[in-house]
Write a protein that binds this ligand. Structure first.
Ligand SMILES: NC(=O)c1ccc[n+]([C@@H]2O[C@H](COP(=O)([O-])OP(=O)(O)OC[C@H]3O[C@@H](n4cnc5c(N)ncnc54)[C@H](OP(=O)(O)O)[C@@H]3O)[C@@H](O)[C@H]2O)c1
Length: 272
């Protein structure tokens, strides 16, 4: 791999596992110095040590819960040098009926998937414009952004926000050397599925067959970001699903999304 990012500085959220860890590793392999962010400090420190010795780059760690107030500001204040690349990858979902989720859990999901991403994007874009310098934003959404997602309602809506926000921001940035690329992964083999409470055995075989590796998803996102593409859906089956959704009534895509996530019986309630 060429070291085309030698001397550049990239910040990657959610780098303690999965897609974010792979993005950090691949950017470091391309020569970028990295700052990795997540809550699990031990994992971040291990990754930073590995990247320093394997790729001769600088690697620093910011252990931060993105659900905390002012998380984005705290991360920004701790970055030691100007950033050329920000990857807003941290995210999680909870597969369960909306009515059974706690208010704190919903607030944390919105804070991590939406608020922190928006605030870090704002810090980055305003600083790059002030400096008169270019840069890259990579926003990790999901193919959940392309339809309504029963039992994943807040997560899916949050990813639709990421997608619409990133596309609009990229349009606004025309004429600058700053871009915002939205990566929409489909099912990817990471810890996400387990943390979300998805029973993979209940997912139809056709859905299980589309699972991708985190390495491949990360590589697709980085390639699109460096080409300043506005949107990339990872993998042919996911592209087909995202594109096909445009021609199918939402009653059908919503029912299909529920089935693909293993479906669930709703909470019972008395009629009013
Ligand atoms: N895997 C999939 O099937 C899939 C599909 C579509 C989209 N995505 C999206 O891809 C992105 C990466 O997910 P992944 O699949 O790589 O899952 P993952 O392995 O669970 O990684 C999620 C990352 O986000 C971090 N994170 C979660 N909550 C956080 C918090 N409160 N504060 C700081 N960091 C937090 C985690 O770190 P700590 O736990 O150490 O904090 C971890 O590094 C997410 O935005 C996800 O929504 C995943």
């Amino acid at each position: 791999m060429s070291r085309r990012l030698e001397g550049k500085h990239a910040l990657i959220t959610g780098a303690s596992s999965g897609i974010g860890k792979c993005i950090a590793s691949q950017l470091a392999e391309m020569g970028a110095n990295v700052t990795v962010v997540a809550r699990r400090k031990d994992r971040l420190e291990k990754l930073a040590d590995e990247l320093k010795s394997k790729h001769q780059v600088a690697a620093s760690v910011v252990a931060q819960d993105l659900a905390e107030d002012d998380a984005a500001q705290k991360i920004w204040d701790r970055c030691q040098s100007p950033l050329d690349i920000v990857v807003n990858n941290a995210g999680f979902g909870t597969l369960s009926p909306f009515s059974s989720q706690s208010e704190d859990g919903i607030a944390a999901l919105i804070a991590v998937n939406i608020s922190a991403l928006t605030e870090l994007s704002h810090h980055f874009v305003t600083e790059r414009i002030r400096r008169g310098e270019g840069g890259y934003l990579l926003q990790v959404a999901s193919i959940a952004a392309f339809q309504s997602n029963p039992y994943f309602a807040v997560y899916g809506a949050a990813k639709a926000y990421v997608c619409r926000f990133s596309e609009a921001l990229d349009f606004e940035l025309k004429g600058t050397d700053i871009s915002s690329t939205c990566l929409c992964p489909g099912a990817t083999r990471t810890e996400f599925v387990e943390h979300a409470g998805v029973d993979v055995s209940a997912v139809p075989a056709i859905g299980r067959a589309t699972f991708m590796s985190a390495e491949k998803t990360a590589a697709i996102g980085i390639k699109a970001m460096l080409k300043r593409k506005r949107l990339v859906v990872a993998g042919a089956p996911n592209k087909f699903a995202a594109f096909g959704n445009r021609f199918v009534p939402s009653t059908i895509t919503t029912a299909l999304a529920s089935k693909m996530m293993g479906g669930r019986k709703n909470n019972s309630s008395k009629p009013i």
